[in-house]
Design a protein around this ligand. Structure first.
Ligand code: HEC
Length: 153
């Protein structure tokens, strides 16, 4: 009986441990925020590459609706991925101007958001020509921000 009680006690310790296991809470470490923003940027690049291929081939742009919506969503969160404390680390290419000229950085974000929001209805309408023109405008907003706020690779 003693043996069973000991085993039972051990089992309950483990099950308590299992119940208490949960996702970490609290702020993300700065390094992790940098990894996330670089991943988001890389995914944006992937979406933009697929869009360029469709534009070059003059093919249907309707399949690009989810990608266009994704760019709207990522545009909305760009500045939140650059909190104070993430100026350095993980080989970041973020320029110090992001924090010394925060208003300008927000303007660059707003430009991308406005341009991507116009892209969605064009994709939904499968308007290949209109999409091509607006896609070029989106690309200029990526480059516009990078010129001011991202170091050269
Ligand atoms: C408001 C500013 C801003 C906009 C808009 C923006 N980017 Fe960036 N991007 C940055 C900054 C700053 C970095 C450097 C991030 C770092 O290394 O911490 C970056 C990095 C990148 C990288 C390199 C990621 C890596 O793995 O190091 C790619 C690729 C990229 N951006 C693509 C894009 C594309 C495509 C768009 C437009 C659809 C875009 N970006 C729009 C600011 C911006």
């Amino acid at each position: 009986l003693r043996r069973f009680m000991v085993l039972g006690a051990i089992a309950s310790i483990f099950s308590v441990g299992a119940v208490q296991a949960q996702a970490p809470s609290g702020p993300l470490p700065p390094e992790q925020i940098i990894v996330i923003r670089q991943a988001v940027m890389d995914l944006q690049q992937g979406v933009a590459g697929a869009m360029k291929a469709a534009v070059d081939a003059k093919s249907d742009v309707k399949p690009l609706v989810p990608g266009a919506k994704g760019l709207v969503s990522s545009a909305k969160v760009i500045t939140s991925m650059f909190p104070g404390g993430t100026e350095t680390g993980h080989d970041t290419k973020a320029k110090p101007e992001i924090w010394s000229d925060w208003a300008g950085f927000e303007k660059a974000q707003a430009a991308m958001l406005a341009a991507t929001e116009k892209l969605v209805p064009l994709a939904e309408a499968n308007d290949t020509a209109g999409f091509a023109t607006q896609f070029a405008a989106v690309g200029r907003t990526c480059g516009g921000c990078h010129r001011e706020y991202k170091m050269k690779d």
